[in-house]
Design a protein around this ligand. Structure first.
Ligand SMILES: Nc1ncnc2c1ncn2[C@@H]1O[C@H](COP(=O)(O)OP(=O)(O)OP(=O)(O)O)[C@@H](O)[C@H]1O
Ligand SMILES: O=c1[nH]cnc2c1ncn2[C@@H]1O[C@H](CO)[C@@H](O)[C@H]1O
Length: 434
């Protein structure tokens, strides 16, 4: 129970009118708002624990995300249902998860572009998708389509590895006409997944994504790409390298995707190689934790007070207290790296790691948009004398991303049901006590 404490002594009416005399002195404009936007294939995850034999029978390579036709999807669904294997049906999609988590963490708006069924029945997959998405995610720009949204069978093997089978429904039907130019141009970041590039036939989501990329680039909005699965990258690493070099500001990947892209199995070396293609990299490495890598200006580098770490690049974390910058904003760019081991060693029990990487990326996006917000509202701050890409240092972003990944693992679902505990809200706070 809260006890009656001190009463406020100032009352004005109407409430929004401040003290009429002091009002002349204090000019308090409404803060300018910021948001991130993303494009995704609208999907519901159907999660089931299965034996490896089932994956072989349905021709699903372990760890991959495979498109399956309607007949196979029907047979798989019936088999999972009859054997009572389905543990959860929940909104998914790698970017849907990321913008949802961003909105939960930042308690702020994001915008999702994609499709949504025109006619929705209570209990349908489309209905579940809407119910499981934060109300801070603006869904008003979704394109109405005939037919169902996609289904992503998320099949968890005994070892915890997840294999996706995608029944695409109408998820790829997004058209370029439904990409709102003004919304993209005014956002803090545009977030995309490599999966968007694999639409085929008459489906136009790839063209829609390309239109958004061009708009973002023209308006100097950072383009953020997450790689999805190594299988997609392995098909043509050169194409992906060129794509990233031409379009991407920030790249998020796990160690397998990093290896497929760069040929380097060491996540630190993969991050270094990826920095030749873009400005900043977030590399997650499962039980080894995660890395951030990027550029800073030589004269602005800040030395760490943490232990210097050994690795393929000796003492690689020496300047991890620096803030990330776009390479083109540096006169003398230097590469900076930071690493962190899993928060508290990881949760006691991990059912599966689905979505942990999406969670880490949401934290990075929060830090990035906090910077845009601060710059828009406190333009005179010493923080913005030099143009930074993010609000915090590489080291701080590592901690935050890691903490959020832990939260996703601990709650066994890729979408956060609530933000971090309040005392952890500040991005500046020293690393949280155990
Ligand atoms: N087994 C584990 N033990 C402890 N922490 C883990 C473990 N697996 C993952 N993590 C934490 O989660 C983060 C992201 O994990 P991971 O590298 O598996 O992401 P991912 O493969 O991109 O996942 P997804 O594609 O499903 O989102 C890691 O950087 C680490 O902090
Ligand atoms: O083809 C795809 N497009 C979009 N999202 C996908 C695809 N395959 C899997 N996931 C999504 O990846 C999330 C974990 O990172 C899962 O929630 C799943 O829905």
């Amino acid at each position: 129970m809260k006890f009656p404490g001190q009463r406020k002594s100032k009352h004005y009416f109407p409430v929004k009118a401040r003290d009429p005399l002091l009002e002349q002195l204090t000019h308090n404009p409404k803060p300018k708002s910021t948001y991130v936007c993303g494009i995704d294939q609208t999907l519901v995850d159907i999660e089931a624990k299965v034996a490896d034999e089932l994956l072989v029978r349905y021709g699903l390579p372990t760890g991959n995300s495979t498109l399956i036709d309607d007949d196979k999807a029907h047979a798989l669904y019936i088999e999972l249902k009859q054997n009572d294997l389905i543990s959860d049906e929940f909104a998914g999609g790698t970017i849907g998860n990321t913008v949802h988590n961003y909105s939960v963490l930042a308690d702020d708006k994001s915008v999702l572009f994609g499709v949504m069924s025109k006619h929705i029945e209570v209990g349908s997959y489309a209905y579940r998708y809407l119910c499981n998405t934060s109300s801070k995610v603006d869904l008003n720009y979704l394109q109405p389509v005939d037919g169902p949204i996609g289904r992503c069978f998320t099949l968890i093997s005994d070892c915890g590895e997840r294999t996706f089978a995608i029944s695409k429904g109408a998820m790829d039907k997004l058209t370029p006409a439904h990409i709102n130019e003004r919304v993209i141009e005014n956002s803090s970041a545009l977030v995309l997944t490599a999966y968007l590039m694999r639409a085929s036939g008459e489906d136009q989501i790839t063209q829609a994504a390309m239109k958004a990329i061009e708009l973002a680039k023209a308006a100097q909005v950072p383009v953020v790409l997450t790689l999805g699965t190594r299988f997609l990258i392995e098909e043509d690493p050169k194409w992906w390298q060129d794509f990233i070099r031409e379009h991407v500001t920030i790249l998020a990947m796990n160690e397998d995707e990093g290896e497929a892209l760069t040929g380097e199995s060491d996540p630190l070396l993969a991050s270094e190689a990826a920095l030749e293609l873009c400005d900043m990299v977030l590399t997650t490495a499962g039980p080894l934790g995660l890395y951030t890598a990027g550029y800073t200006e030589e004269s602005e580098k800040r030395e760490t007070s943490h232990t210097l770490l050994p690795g393929a690049i000796p003492d690689f974390n020496r300047f991890e207290f620096s803030r990330p910058k776009l390479k083109r904003d540096c006169q003398t760019p230097i590469k900076v790296y930071a690493h962190i081991s899993p928060y508290m060693g990881g949760p006691e029990r991990i059912r599966n790691t689905n979505g942990a990487g999406d969670g880490a990326l949401a934290a990075l996006l929060h830090d990035l948009s906090a910077n845009t917000f601060h710059k828009a509202n406190v333009p005179g701050s010493s923080k913005h004398i030099r143009d930074g890409l993010c609000y915090s240092s590489f080291s701080q972003i590592c901690k935050y991303a890691n903490r959020v990944a832990y939260q996703v693992l601990a709650q066994h679902s890729p979408r956060l049901s609530r933000g971090l505990p309040e005392r952890e809200d500040s991005l500046e706070e020293a690393y949280w006590e155990r």
